[in-house]
Design a protein around this ligand. Structure first.
Ligand SMILES: Nc1ncnc2c1ncn2[C@@H]1O[C@H](COP(=O)(O)OP(=O)(O)OP(=O)(O)O)[C@@H](O)[C@H]1O
Ligand SMILES: [Mg+2]
Length: 306
């Protein structure tokens, strides 16, 4: 790893663009930088050899003081009326900043999953706008929308959505293969180990418990090192210690790689790992809490479900 030099080389505008670390899976470095910035505004040594990037470089990009972190996901006045006339979202406006960890909470049926699906481009709002990684995704046709999703988003579904006919290993690598990217096998292996599934690579989802399937879904969402990770109750089926492991992993994605995590949960303790909690009730934002603690969140949830 190269020693830190030229500590202010990164232009502050970097914060407004995409600057994400991707581990190359080799021991020589933490990662590569992929950025929308022109090459000339990057430190020469990054351009020369992106393998020489250290984690402090990323922290430097994220902590540039004069510019606020941009919203990687912007949901503006979104309404979603499901078939049958259910108004699941009713004029929701919320942004999720780069390098932030947000928990989304609210009573059952309040619109949490619908919000995540609309924000991730998996479902189209009835009205309103969603901007994902700088693109107004409402304006995109399906193939382009799929490409944007694959490039920027990892999603852990409430119902896991694993492919039953594929092994755990193939499920984890599938999104990268579909995107035409070369899968990072050593990273996939490390992720499976971190979620406690080392040695289960050959198993089929049907041979695993619900909690194990959820962990495969999480490893699959993280395998491509997405810029934004949406998790719909990603710890819902896990025991306490595995749940903590998963939350710690998500936290590290935010703190060390500058990823943005948006996680639906019913668990105040899980929400305590986030930087912020957005509360939904009847398809509307009911509250937006900074620096949540399990106690504060539990009290607010009780008030909302009363
Ligand atoms: N595909 C659909 N067709 C019709 N109605 C739907 C559909 N999906 C969701 N809904 C309705 O929209 C409302 C919001 O659903 P959503 O799944 O977003 O809630 P949620 O907050 O995620 O709930 P939970 O905590 O139970 O997962 C509910 O009334 C639900 O019945
Ligand atoms: Mg839901």
């Amino acid at each position: 790893m190269v020693a830190q030099q030229e500590p202010r080389l990164v232009d502050h505008t970097a914060v407004h663009t995409r600057a994400v670390a991707f581990s190359c899976g080799q021991s020589c470095c933490v990662g590569h930088v992929w950025t929308a910035l022109p090459r000339r505004s990057l430190p020469a040594r990054w351009v020369r050899d992106p393998h020489q990037l250290s984690i402090s470089d990323m922290v430097l990009v994220r902590n540039s003081q004069d510019a606020p972190p941009r919203d990687v996901v912007e949901v503006v006045g979104v309404t979603k009326v499901h078939p049958g006339g259910v108004r699941a979202l009713d004029g929701v406006t919320v942004g999720f900043g780069q390098g932030s960890f947000t928990a989304v909470m609210g009573p059952s049926g309040s619109g949490k999953s619908t919000l995540l699906h609309c924000a991730a481009g998996l479902d189209r709002p009835t009205s309103g706008q969603v901007v994902l990684a700088g693109q107004d995704i409402g304006a995109l046709r399906e193939p382009k929308l799929t490409a944007v999703r694959r490039a920027h988003v990892g999603f852990v579904f409430q119902s896991f959505n694993l492919v039953d006919s594929l092994s755990v290993w193939d499920n984890v690598l599938l999104p990268q293969q579909l995107a035409g990217a070369r899968p990072d096998r050593s990273w996939a292996k490390e992720l499976l180990a971190r979620v406690g599934l080392a040695g289960r690579e050959k198993a089929r989802p049907g041979e695993l418990s619900g909690g194990q399937q959820q962990r495969v879904a999480l490893a699959r969402a993280l395998a491509g090192r997405p810029e934004v990770i949406f998790g719909d109750e990603p710890t819902g089926a896990l025991d306490l210690s595995t749940g903590r492991e998963v939350l710690g992993l998500l936290r590290r994605f935010v703190d060390e790689l500058g990823a943005t995590v948006v996680m639906v949960t019913h668990d105040p303790a899980a929400a305590g790992w986030a930087d912020r909690v957005v509360f939904l009730a009847d398809g509307r934002i009911a509250d937006d809490m900074a620096a949540p603690t399990a106690e504060k969140v539990a009290t607010r949830m009780m008030e909302l479900t009363r």
